[in-house]
Design a protein around this ligand. Structure first.
Ligand SMILES: Nc1nc2c(c(=O)[nH]1)N[C@H]1C(S)=C(S)[C@@H](COP(=O)(O)OP(=O)(O)OC[C@H]3O[C@@H](n4cnc5c(=O)[nH]c(N)nc54)[C@H](O)[C@@H]3O)O[C@H]1N2
Ligand SMILES: Nc1nc2c(c(=O)[nH]1)N[C@H]1C(S)=C(S)[C@@H](COP(=O)(O)OP(=O)(O)OC[C@H]3O[C@@H](n4cnc5c(=O)[nH]c(N)nc54)[C@H](O)[C@@H]3O)O[C@H]1N2
Ligand code: SF4
Ligand SMILES: [Mo]
Length: 752
């Protein structure tokens, strides 16, 4: 129910701020949030929430949050109405498209664009009507290696097994710190509580991380690992399984191809061969493999620390190789596939086989990076803007992204952004990135939009579906994000600034309905498209598309075929969500590989193993490397303008081991200079034995002390931008993903 009067009321809403999808209980007076609590009746979160969830109130009220379109002329900003903003964009983009072609306009999609309902649906429409090859996103500073490995092994980009947290007896976790992040590629509210429950039922949690993170502290065992060497370590586990006859495919045996190939590849990676590279002794590696194999139900789970590194795809692949070889893939308590209610490619079409994935249909112009899932890696963005010639990027649209802080070699990227002929940002802040825009288009406030986590529910550790309707009506002058995206789509399609976006939306839905009735195996196969469209007629925008997805999804009502099935109306009647039960085994039905098998040794991955083998002979000779970290009260680059989250102890500090501090003459609280091939920062030293010798850590997303932003709170505690130190010449070749961990650096006291 929406309301703008003065009455007090309670509304339930899924928190959109991270991947945990907690249910919030909002107490409102009119439009004003008076209290935020965890929704105890939420089917998934049961009342859990973190400090960011309650900060939704401050986010709504932040005076720096943009509420009207902003137009820049030189250094000055003007608030304009939507008509003028779109007219300006039409002038700016159309001229460039006409003169230089589609590739001259690039798009960068940031992280929050998958955390709202409009993003996944309408950015696709925009990208299709733009038709550029220059599509970039935060995925290539994040999870792309996992998507590449999952795509090759299982057939779709989101067929990523998730640990069955609530039923497993043994969890081996690498490069993740859910006590701070609340979990990623593993949608689950209250991961800390679920890990404690695992321990309470006699299970074991092992964490592999160059830092003794909060999660590692709570674990039964923590292994310090040298950054960037997870693939070596994981391969040694694989080698041990084969050498000690611990491979047990169980129910998977008839569905797996390539086991012998993996055995052959693993031969050189004995525990002894990798021990000095990883900094983990051979007996510990062997023991880890034996414990994993002997646990009744076990899962290996790895996240960003293992993705944003040199061997990201190999490490991501080896995680699921281990899950498979121990028979833990696709069984309760192991690593399982979610069966999402809406939008999943692995529930559509004929089950059991598919087209699989193909990469490299296009390449980037300067360094020839292959396209992966339709996008190019962000390590190529600055050079594609700067390098003259045919196909140069002249204009950029950023949507919910802050690449000036979140992407590597950000000093260069920042200069590149400043050099663009035209830039548009769809964003709620004027920040380090959007300050370069010619026009900023701010979407409606969070409470004025419906919410459903289309992407995150595909990776949930239970099958759940929860839709949150808007809680307040749009204020005069507010425009929903989906309409902004459709206006942009119309402009780049040459339909002008005042195109009829309602008609465009109808067109989009008609296309989706047509696809649904034509798709073999769909629950509406062969039905009359007009009849389905009529049944959707009361809704518009993302809600209409969501209704279609739910009704044609695996639990859907099939537009009347299964009257008890899901629809948006059914979710509206369930404000605390619908629990669709624990994960169920899905192999072979989940697979979409052409062979219909789990591809344990996909060719591109096999070809990359040589590179890993060569790295076995590397030595470190005392040099330092940089890794990142996350803090519970922060969210990438963009929640630092909320006093309630940033107050208290300084969070953007350099973690240094006491021995290294002594070696470099650094004192606790003093300033250190950290220098890499690309840049340097000066940062406050925090000496702690929670970090491995030879490694330092800086959280990312800071560095707010730049001109031209409107971030009054963040500006007072700006921190430093760790991505000034990251290098676009370092990437994971299979995915193009940036290397943000394991960056070689020099550390010294800053001259005072
Ligand atoms: N060194 C280092 N760098 C990293 C990482 C790391 O671990 N280490 N992590 C990487 C990861 S995992 C990620 S996901 C990226 C994130 O990289 P980005 O997505 O580029 O950056 P964010 O900080 O998430 O910025 C989000 C932007 O969206 C805006 N925004 C917030 N809500 C909305 C909304 O509802 N609509 C719109 N239109 N805009 C909104 C915010 O104001 C902000 O400008 O950073 C990456 N960078
Ligand atoms: N509070 C908060 N929550 C967030 C975010 C946030 O910024 N703040 N961001 C959200 C986003 S976009 C994402 S993608 C997720 C990420 O969620 P997680 O993957 O859990 O991310 P982190 O908490 O950064 O944990 C990564 C860990 O990897 C370790 N690490 C670094 N290099 C290596 C390595 O080479 N090997 C191994 N084994 N470990 C390594 C780091 O020390 C760190 O402890 O969090 C999400 N949730
Ligand atoms: S854990 Fe994530 S989803 Fe839950 S309240 Fe915190 S920010 Fe929101
Ligand atoms: Mo991320």
């Amino acid at each position: 129910m929406t309301g703008n009067g003065d009455e007090s009321r309670v509304a339930y809403r899924t928190c959109p701020l991270c991947e945990a999808t907690c249910g919030l209980e909002l107490h409102l007076r009119g439009r004003e949030i008076t209290l935020v609590r965890g929704d105890r009746d939420d089917v998934f979160s049961g009342g859990f929430l973190c400090p960011k969830g309650t900060a939704l109130k401050q986010l709504e009220n932040d005076p720096d949050r943009l509420r009207r379109p902003q137009l820049r002329r030189g250094d000055r900003w003007y608030e304009v109405d939507w008509e003028d903003a779109f007219a300006e964009i039409d002038r700016g983009l159309t001229a460039i498209l006409e003169k230089h072609g589609r590739d001259a306009v690039a798009v960068y999609l940031g992280n929050p664009s998958v955390h709202n309902l409009a993003g996944p649906i309408y950015t696709r429409v925009l990208l299709q009507s733009l038709g550029t090859r220059n599509i970039y996103s935060a995925s290539t500073v994040d999870q792309m290696p996992k998507q590449v490995s999952a795509g090759l092994m299982f057939g779709t980009l989101l067929s990523i097994p998730v640990p069955d947290l609530d039923r497993t007896d043994h969890l081996l976790m690498l490069g993740a710190n859910p006590f701070a992040s609340n979990g990623s590629l593993m949608t689950a509210p209250d991961v800390p509580g679920r890990l404690r429950a695992l321990q309470a039922r006699g299970g074991k949690l092992v964490v592999v991380d160059p830092r003794r993170s909060k999660t590692a502290e709570a674990a039964d065992e923590h292994l310090f690992i040298r950054p960037g060497t997870d693939a070596h370590f994981l391969f040694a586990l694989v080698q041990t399984l084969f050498a000690d006859a611990l491979v047990s495919l169980g129910h998977l045996a008839e569905h797996v191809a390539g086991v012998e190939e993996v055995e052959r590849l693993a031969r050189d990676f004995t525990p002894e061969a990798v021990a000095s590279v990883c900094g983990i002794d051979a007996p510990s590696i062997r023991r880890t493999a034996h414990e994993l194999a002997s646990a009744p139900r076990a899962a290996v789970y790895a996240r960003i620390g293992t993705c944003t590194q040199e061997f990201g795809t190999l490490a991501s692949w080896l995680v699921d190789v281990l899950n498979t070889l121990t028979g833990n893939l696709d069984r309760p308590g192991g690593a399982m596939f979610t069966k999402a209610a809406a939008g999943a490619a692995n529930t559509g079409g004929r089950p059991g086989a598919g087209r699989g994935v193909r990469f490299g249909r296009r390449h980037s112009r300067v360094r020839g990076f292959p396209e992966v899932f339709g996008e190019l890696p962000v390590v190529a963005l600055a050079e594609e803007i700067e390098t003259p010639g045919e196909g140069k990027i002249r204009a950029l649209l950023t949507i919910a992204g802050n690449p000036a802080l979140s992407n590597p070699d950000s000093a260069r990227l920042d200069r590149a952004l400043a050099s663009l002929e035209f830039m548009v940002s769809v964003d709620i802040y004027r920040n380090e990135t959007t300050r370069h825009a010619d026009v900023i288009l701010p979407p409606e406030g969070e409470l004025a939009r419906g919410h459903y986590d289309l992407a995150l529910y595909q990776l949930a550790i239970r099958n759940v579906a929860n839709y949150s309707p808007p809680v307040v009506e749009l204020e005069p002058g507010e425009l929903p994000e989906w309409q902004i995206l459709l206006h942009l789509a119309a402009i780049v399609a040459g339909q002008g600034a005042s195109a009829d976006i309602a008609a465009l939306d109808d067109f989009v839905v008609a296309g989706l309905v047509d696809r649904a009735v034509q798709r073999a195996g769909s629950n509406v196969e062969g039905r009359d498209a007009a009849e389905l469209t009529a049944q959707l007629a009361t809704r518009r925008g993302p809600e209409r598309v969501l209704d279609l997805m739910l009704r044609t999804g695996p639990y859907g009502d099939g537009f009347g075929v299964h009257p008890a099935g899901l629809s948006l109306a059914a979710l509206e009647a369930a404000p605390h969500g619908v629990d669709l039960g624990p994960l169920q085994p899905r192999i072979p039905g989940v697979l979409r590989t052409p062979s219909g098998k789990i591809e344990l040794a996909p060719d591109p991955v096999v070809a990359d193993v040589d590179r890993l083998r060569v790295s076995l002979s590397r030595t470190t000779n005392g040099s330092m490397v940089l890794v990142g970290r996350r803090d519970l009260r922060s969210n990438n680059s963009w929640m630092h303008n909320l006093d309630i989250l940033v107050k208290g102890k300084e969070r953007c500090t350099l973690h240094v081991h006491p021995d290294d501090a002594r070696r470099f003459g650094l004192e606790h609280g003093s300033l250190a200079r950290v220098r890499s091939r690309t840049g340097e920062v000066e940062i406050v030293v925090e000496i702690t034995d929670s970090i491995m010798r030879g490694v330092v850590s800086i959280p990312h997303g800071w560095g707010h002390d730049v001109d031209g932003v409107q971030l009054n709170v963040a500006g007072k505690r700006p921190g430093v931008n760790s991505n000034l130190l990251a290098d676009t010449s370092r990437y994971d070749p299979l995915s193009g993903n940036a290397v943000l961990n394991g960056i070689p650096v020099e550390v010294e006291p800053a001259a005072t």
